[in-house]
Ligand binder design. Structure first.
Ligand code: ATP
Ligand code: MG
Length: 565
């Protein structure tokens, strides 16, 4: 490739809307251009990276025996109505469309319905199973807050795979295989990543693992053990309760707490640690109007855990102040667990304390020395809170540390969730009709490009791992218009590298100064830079710089080629 005929459009200024490094660098390096909010065009340089990501994914999926298909991006509403997700899929994410006959469609945010429809017509016998189909395709999700460039876009490319089985054991086997395929893919991209136990969200089903690229800018928080492989999304990580307190129960006492509507203020005013207070949250119920959730004062509610309670409405919604005033006659800051007219679910850690402080259900008052059972009925003791730093790891080994991650992949065991509702059955080996067991495996192709940059950059720009760089090497001649020798040597090296199969670009632009070219290629992040100039040629040398190491070496052409290889 010659730069003179290639689209290179770097920016000196940092785009104002870009909040994080990868977004800034992708725009500045000219890899992507914004077309609309959360919608991007991929420029030739960026597309080269995307193709390399796709190539690695395809190679590993093919090796694992998965078969590539291409499903439609536009999907008929009927299929989504059959699965029940037309009205249920995460509010607002689904982009609904109508055709000229006013028939309903959506732009696919995911493809469980379409593939299950295909499976119920194509798969008739257990002899065709297991089978795993995958595609690399554009999805659309109308995200509430598209941001971070390609990391949370509205239109993005995903590799999604769906496997079908006659029984759970076979599903488990493919799930484990995909687990190792995902690890292999991320290792080939030289990423620092972790598989993490996760929630299966609106896709549904049982077991699920997310693959996170570790990065400060990540939107998810992951709980790790200091001493084992345990890692789980903080939304879901099991919080272990401390041993139950055994102190003697004291007499309850109502105390005035004017203006103390927060845990912090109550604990300061009454001179007690936050660990000896509780907070009572009122949320909408599914069977009763309201459900009370109780946590220790220093703990935070996990909305994912709360939503898993069948008596809590999903998605989680807090009761509003008027409702609370009507039901209890007090403001939010004074709610407590005694004599509540709703079912009370208590977090394990909150259930373990004695003689604690809670609201009096009366404005301006709290109660000291509340004790469970004696003073407040418990519907159930459940795991409701987010795990925090220093908590014991749920596997019993070590303590919890938190790190941020970018979810680049997510694998699920769906079981028969879609095959049941959409009647995708096969004949098993004893001739009986059974619902297909199903797994699904997503990986964010465009998101991966951003995640790689989050882990590989410096103040000058991107530092691509060799396998993903848009070009592996760039040759920059100095004054080739004036020096025939420079011109000849440059052409010679360019031809030689191309013959070796190296992805090389020759920067033959006459109207760009060498210093500017150096900055541009550093920004774009090409791993090997070769500079050919009169001065070093006199010594029969060229100047070689590795993007990551940064130091310029004067070496022979042969040495440079061997370094690139
Ligand atoms: P998130 O929690 O980040 O919203 P998700 O759990 O909804 O993602 P999945 O349905 O598991 O996503 O989709 C599989 C993969 O698709 C994700 O692991 C991620 O890599 C990618 N992906 C999902 N949403 C987006 C998006 N808005 N922009 C870019 N990639 C995305
Ligand atoms: Mg996910």
């Amino acid at each position: 490739m010659r730069a003179k005929r290639y689209s290179i459009s770097t920016l000196k200024e940092t785009p104002s809307e870009a909040e994080i490094t990868s977004h800034r660098l992708m725009i500045r390096a000219g890899l992507i251009k914004k077309t609309a909010s959360g919608i991007y065009s991929w420029m030739p340089l960026g597309l080269r990276v995307l193709k390399k990501i796709e190539k690695i994914i395809r190679e590993e999926m093919d090796t694992a025996g998965a078969q590539e298909v291409l499903l439609p991006a536009i999907q008929p509403a009927e299929l989504w109505k059959e699965s029940g997700r037309w009205d249920q899929y995460d509010e607002g994410l689904l982009l609904k469309l109508k055709d000229r006959h006013s028939r309903d469609f959506c732009f696919g945010p995911t493809h469980e319905e379409v593939i299950t429809d295909l499976a119920r017509t194509e798969l008739k016998s257990h002899r065709q199973l297991p089978i795993n189909f995958y595609q690399i395709q554009t999805k659309f999700r109308d995200e509430t807050r598209p941001r971070f460039g390609v990391l949370r876009a509205r239109e993005f490319i995903m590799k999604d795979a769906y496997s079908f089985h006659s029984d759970k054991a076979s599903l488990e086997e493919t799930y484990q295989l995909m687990h190792s395929v995902y690890s292999k893919i991320l290792q080939r991209m030289e990423l620092d990543y972790r598989p993490v136990e996760a929630d299966s969200g609106s896709i549904g089903g049982n077991a699920s693992t997310e693959f996170h690229v570790i990065a400060e800018s990540g939107e998810d928080v992951i709980a790790f053990s200091t001493e084992s492989d345990y890692a789980a999304n903080v939304e879901l990580a099991e919080a272990i309760a401390p041993p139950s307190e055994t102190e003697n129960m004291l007499e309850m006492e109502k105390v005035p707490t004017p203006d103390a509507k927060t845990i912090e203020k109550v604990s300061t005013l009454l001179e007690i640690p936050e660990e000896k207070t509780i907070k009572t949250l009122l949320v909408k119920g599914s069977e009763t109007e309201i459900v009370a959730l109780v946590l220790r004062g220093d703990h935070t509610l996990s909305s994912v855990k709360a939503e898993k309670l069948s008596s809590v409405a999903s998605p989680l919604r807090m009761a509003d102040p008027e409702e609370i005033m009507t039901a209890l006659g007090c403001q939010i800051g004074y709610i407590g667990p005694c004599n509540l007219p709703f079912p009370v679910y208590v977090d394990r850690s909150a259930a373990a304390i004695r003689n604690f402080v809670g609201g009096a259900n009366e404005d301006g008052y709290h109660i000291r020395n509340i004790n469970w059972h004696r003073d407040s009925k418990i519907e159930a003791i459940v795991d409701l809170r987010e795990i925090k730093v220093g908590d014991p790891s749920p596997d019993g080994k070590g303590k919890i540390r938190l790190k941020r991650g970018i979810e680049v992949g997510h694998i699920f065991q769906l079981g028969d969730k879609y095959s049941k509702s959409m009647k995708a059955n096969v004949l098993n080996d004893s001739g009986k009709t059974t619902a297909l067991q199903m797994g699904c495996y997503g990986m964010g192709v465009t998101r991966l490009a951003g995640a790689v940059i989050e882990q590989n950059h410096d103040e000058s720009g991107i530092i691509w791992p060799h396998v993903l760089a848009p070009f592996e090497a760039v040759i920059i001649p100095i004054n080739a218009q004036k020096s025939q020798k420079v011109f000849d040597k440059t052409e010679e090296l360019y031809a030689e590298l191309k013959d070796l199969g190296c992805d090389v670009i020759l920067d033959d632009r006459d109207d760009v100064r060498p210093g500017v070219k150096f900055n541009e290629w550093e920004l774009i992040g090409v791993p090997h830079r070769l500079v050919i100039g009169e001065k070093s040629l006199k010594k029969n040398k060229i100047e070689y710089t590795h993007r990551k190491k940064g130091e310029a070496l004067e070496i022979s052409k042969e040495k440079a080629i061997s370094l690139i290889n």
